[in-house]
Each structure stands twice: as structure tokens, then as C-alpha cells.
Design a binder for this molecule. Structure first.
Ligand SMILES: *[C@@H]1O[C@H](CO)[C@@H](O)[C@H](O)[C@H]1NC(C)=O
Ligand SMILES: *[C@@H]1O[C@H](CO)[C@@H](O)[C@H](O)[C@H]1NC(C)=O
Length: 379
């Protein structure tokens, strides 16, 4: 038994050397180490100092803090999944994934032809370099309807983690032009156990282009690693983009379907040491209900909206401390050059901020996620 675990750990290290340090980008930040912090500094000042050091560091463009990504973008072979069994290939996405070797080392494109695929999909940790290519997000849909309260095969509760329709545990994943959906209905206000994830991404260096994520509570579990979302549509009610990844959302449309009060993000950064956060750039926020931009799921939660249009559904305070006033001193919530009636800074909580050019800089380009190393969406 224990030998098995040692083997698994070794394999993990071999397969994805960066995974162990996803959230502690080497040299940043170095709290309390010869940094001249006086014991008199408040948490706010410490947090501020750490942040400005990080801004300088990222702005310096000579950081390589995660291990260098070695993506393989050029397709090695293509598998087909279709509803027409006659055409050959596979009739489910999971069957196509299961056909790959236990450790996958080449880029495999899985073309998922038009249709609604009602199945739960899991991509294991060693099946790297998988591309899922739909026939347009409105044409290819993968859906399932588990919630945190659904019982799994052994009778255990699935929990939020296990509720995902589509779960990705491997690095270098790419999805294009496909919809990931959790069909569970919008829970009544105050209902418990209704978390229902459409997609969970736990692998480093993932790219989503032209995808839709549909659900209600907890739609997109942006769990761990560096992720890039381009031209995507994300719909939900409460905490519908959540997790502890380092992610850039560019040109995305975020749509709330909350009946009363909702929250767009619940970013889970837990300490100064973790280099995680969500950045929304040139996005659009629309929908129903009254929406917080974010709730401080982690005490060091970090979220920025830049150049983003916000409809008149944003609660003026903007952000919620998750019932813990201590978090107001350590979270980092910012806006930069946003537009629309919901973007007004007038009513915002005092512990969020309108970013300066310098402060915004690290959040608004691909370098936020070391993207030049591993992103090429033209392939
Ligand atoms: C810390 O505060 C005390 C009392 O307010 C003061 O005497 C001391 O000089 C301060 N130390 C530093 C390093 O600022
Ligand atoms: C795929 O997504 C891209 C990006 O959103 C879009 O430009 C393109 O038209 C989509 N293709 C199809 C077939 O839907």
C-alpha cells in the first residue's frame, strides 16, 4: 500500500514538476525574511508592502516562478466522438479518454461532434495534453446533474468537488467551442448542499476558448493551477467562479441568474505565500439579482476587474467579507477602468480599491499567468 503511494507521488513529480509549487511562485513573496518589517506594522501595511513588492516583481518581466511550462500544442492524433455510432469513433467523451494510455505524452485532439452528451467526464492526472474540441458551444454540450448532496457509488456524499460534470486533473488541457453544463436547478435562497459544479479544473496550464459554463451555484470550480479563459460565457448564481487558481479571464461574458442575492467570485487564496487570484480583463457582467463581485472565501482572496463592463446589478458595496471582518485587512479586491452602471466606485467597501496604472499592470496581460510560455490559441 505505502509503496503504491510513493510511486504515485514520484509519478506526479515526474509528470508535472510544477504542480507542487503552483501557488508559491518561488521568490514571491518572501514574508518576514529580512524584509525590514517592523513589528509595529499592521496587517494592512504588511499586505500592502508584499503586494507592491509583487507588483514590481511581475512588472519587471524577468520572473519565471512556476517551473517552465513545456506545452505540446501540435496535434499528434485526433479521436472522434459522435452521436452517430455508424461513423466510427466513440459514442462518449469518457470512452475516448479511457482509450488513451495511462500516461499520455503527446497532444491528442478529441473532436466532439454536435450533440448533447449526458455523461460525467473525468480526466485523470497523467493524461496530459488533451484537447477537447466541440462543434461550437451551442452545438456540443456535455451535461450532468450532480450536486454536493448526491450520493456517489459507495454511498458517500459527492461534495462540491465530486459534483462536477466535467473534471480535469491533468496539465496542458485545452477546450474549445464546447458547453460544460450542470443541469441542477437554481437552489432556493438559503438551501444547503446545492453546490453543483459544471467544470472543475485542477490541472496547471489550461486553456479554454469559446466555451460556455452553465450552472447555478458554484458553476466553475477554478481549483488549482494557471488558467486562461478567452471569449467564454460563464453563468451561475452564487460563487459561480470559485477556487484557488491563478486565472486570467479575457473577453468573457459573465452572466448572473441569481433570484435574490448572488456572488460572482469566491476566490480562495489562503495565505500571502500563495500566488493565486482571478483577473477579469475586457469582460462583461450582466444578469439578474443583486450581485457581489466577490466574497472572501480565503482570507487573502485576490480578484481584479479591469476594462470590464458591469450592468446595474452589482451591489454598490461590491464585496463581502464572508462574515469575517479580519479578512478586510488581507484581501485584495480592485477595479481598473471599468464601465457601466454597476462599475461605480462610489458605494464600494473601503477595503477594495480603484487601482493605479502601476497596480493594475501585472493583472492585465498574459504575463499574469506566464502565458507567453504555454498559450497559443491559434493552434
Ligand atoms: C513601535 O512602536 C513603539 C510604540 O508605539 C515605538 O516606541 C517604537 O519606536 C516603534 N518601533 C518601530 C520600529 O517603529
Ligand atoms: C469557436 O470559438 C471562437 C472563439 O469564441 C469563435 O470565434 C468561433 O466562431 C467558434 N467556432 C464555432 C464553430 O462555433
Amino acid at each position: 500500500m505505502s509503496i503504491f503511494y510513493v510511486l504515485v507521488v514520484l509519478l506526479l513529480l515526474l509528470q508535472n514538476p510544477s504542480s507542487t509549487q503552483c501557488h508559491t511562485k518561488g521568490m514571491r513573496p518572501r514574508p518576514y525574511a529580512g524584509s525590514g518589517l517592523s513589528t509595529n506594522m499592521t496587517k494592512v501595511q504588511i499586505s500592502e508592502q508584499q503586494f507592491m513588492r509583487w507588483v514590481k516583481f511581475v512588472g519587471g518581466l524577468k520572473h519565471s516562478v512556476f517551473k517552465t511550462a513545456q506545452n505540446k500544442l501540435f496535434p499528434s492524433h485526433t479521436l472522434h466522438v459522435s452521436k452517430n455510432h455508424g461513423k466510427g469513433g466513440f459514442s462518449s467523451i469518457q470512452a475516448a479518454i479511457d482509450s488513451l494510455p495511462f500516461i499520455n505524452v503527446v497532444r491528442v485532439v478529441i473532436k466532439v461532434h454536435a450533440g448533447v452528451y449526458t455523461e460525467k467526464v473525468n480526466i485523470p492526472a497523467f493524461k496530459s495534453f488533451i484537447t477537447i474540441q466541440g462543434a461550437g458551444a451551442d452545438n456540443t454540450i456535455v451535461q450532468w446533474g450532480d450536486t454536493a448532496q448526491t450520493h456517489g457509488p459507495n454511498g458517500q456524499l459527492l461534495g462540491t468537488f465530486g459534483s462536477a460534470t466535467f473534471a480535469v486533473n491533468s496539465p496542458y488541457f485545452i477546450a474549445k467551442n464546447i458547453t460544460f453544463k450542470n443541469t441542477s436547478p437554481v437552489p432556493a435562497p438559503g438551501a444547503v448542499g446545492k453546490q453543483a459544479v459544471a467544470l472543475r479544473i485542477s490541472g496547471d496550464t489550461a486553456i479554454f476558448v469559446g466555451c460556455k459554463f452553465l450552472g447555478a451555484q458554484d458553476t466553475l470550480y477554478d481549483h488549482l493551477g494557471r488558467h486562461y479563459y478567452k471569449d467564454c460565457y460563464i453563468e451561475g448564481s452564487v460563487d459561480f467562479i470559485f477556487g484557488n487558481a491563478l486565472s486570467l479571464f479575457e473577453g468573457c461574458h459573465v452572466h448572473a441568474i441569481a433570484q435574490v442575492t448572488g456572488a460572482l467570485t469566491a476566490q480562495g487564496r489562503n495565505s500571502l505565500l500563495e500566488d493565486t487570484g482571478f483577473s477579469f480583463v475586457h469582460c462583461k457582467v450582466t444578469g439578474s439579482g443583486a450581485l457581489y463581485l466577490g466574497r472572501a472565501w480565503g482570507p487573502f482572496s485576490r480578484v481584479v476587474f479591469a476594462y470590464t463592463y458591469m450592468d446595474n446589478i452589482i451591489i454598490p458595496k461590491g464585496w463581502y467579507n464572508w462574515g469575517d471582518p479580519n479578512r478586510e485587512m488581507t484581501v485584495f479586491y480592485g477595479q481598473y477602468k471599468c464601465t457601466g452602471a454597476g462599475a461605480s466606485f462610489a458605494g464600494r467597501v473601503s477595503w477594495s480599491r480603484e487601482l493605479t496604472d502601476e497596480e493594475a499592470k501585472p493583472f492585465i496581460s498574459l504575463s499574469y499567468i506566464d502565458g507567453s510560455e504555454w498559450i497559443n490559441i491559434s493552434l
